[in-house]
Design a protein around this ligand. Structure first.
Ligand SMILES: C[S@@+](CC[C@H](N)C(=O)[O-])C[C@H]1O[C@@H](n2cnc3c(N)ncnc32)[C@H](O)[C@@H]1O
Length: 218
């Protein structure tokens, strides 16, 4: 038996087809994203969304912060898993995709559970810090250049024993390829080593989707 598996689109579809039944609006968002060509890659995978949902349900998570809404697949998936009084605050800079996401949240009758804040996430996070907001879980999935700042700010916004999850930390596998030395690959490498050396959290990298780091604040 092989030790590792390359998850291509075909296999990802197989996983999706043979896993749990998606909510009709989750299906609709996937269909919409598939019509966008290459941009569809922005969306987290079905298995990543399921993992987030499982984590949220098993830890009774209420207050969620997301950095990077896109068309709303991850925000909607997380909102579906929170308690009835749970809330998702999702940040994005793109007006058009944020409006599309909001239209999906409305279709799913979850517009009261999910709040999209439009603008550069660094500014919004500073504002949330000033307001002394505290979250149970932060999901970071926006511009990689600001990952370190997003992580540092998130540490101020997360409760003790809360979770910070970060997407794309394996960067299509390039992080482990010594030949790959482009700017973004190196940014992700530096970020991964920062987390490795951060004693404030327990952490591991899960090979889900493009790689997700899960940190638990000690
Ligand atoms: C990978 S996508 C998020 C995907 C989403 N989590 C999902 O599963 O569908 C990244 C998002 O980050 C947003 N973004 C990029 N730079 C940003 C910034 N400086 N502030 C806020 N959002 C930003 C983009 O507009 C994009 O929608």
């Amino acid at each position: 038996m092989t030790k590792s598996l390359k998850i291509d689109e075909k296999l990802e579809k197989y996983i999706s087809d043979n896993s749990y039944d998606l909510h009709p609006v989750q299906k609709e968002i996937i269909k919409h994203n598939n019509s966008l060509g290459n941009t569809k890659k922005m969306q987290i995978s079905v298995s990543q969304a399921y993992f987030l949902q499982l984590l949220i349900k098993s830890n009774n998570i209420k207050n969620i912060l997301e950095i990077g809404t896109f068309t709303g697949y991850s925000a909607l998936s997380m909102a579906l898993a929170t308690t009835t009084d749970g809330k998702v605050t999702s940040l994005d800079i793109n007006k058009e995709t944020s409006e599309k996401a909001e239209s999906f949240f409305k279709k799913a009758n979850l517009e009261n559970k999910i709040k999209v804040i439009l603008g550069p996430a660094l500014d919004t996070l500073e504002g949330l810090k000033e307001e002394k907001k505290i979250f149970d879980l932060v999901f970071i999935d926006a511009d990689k250049e600001n990952y370190k700042e997003y992580y540092d700010l998130s540490m101020n916004l997360i409760k003790k024993k809360g979770f910070i999850l970060i997407d794309n930390v394996l960067w299509h596998g390039d992080v482990a390829d010594p030949v790959k030395n482009d700017r973004l690959t190196n940014i992700i490498r530096e970020f991964n080593s920062l987390i490795k050396n951060d004693n404030r959290v327990e952490k591991t990298i899960l090979p889900l989707g493009d790689g997700v780091t899960i940190c638990r604040k000690i």
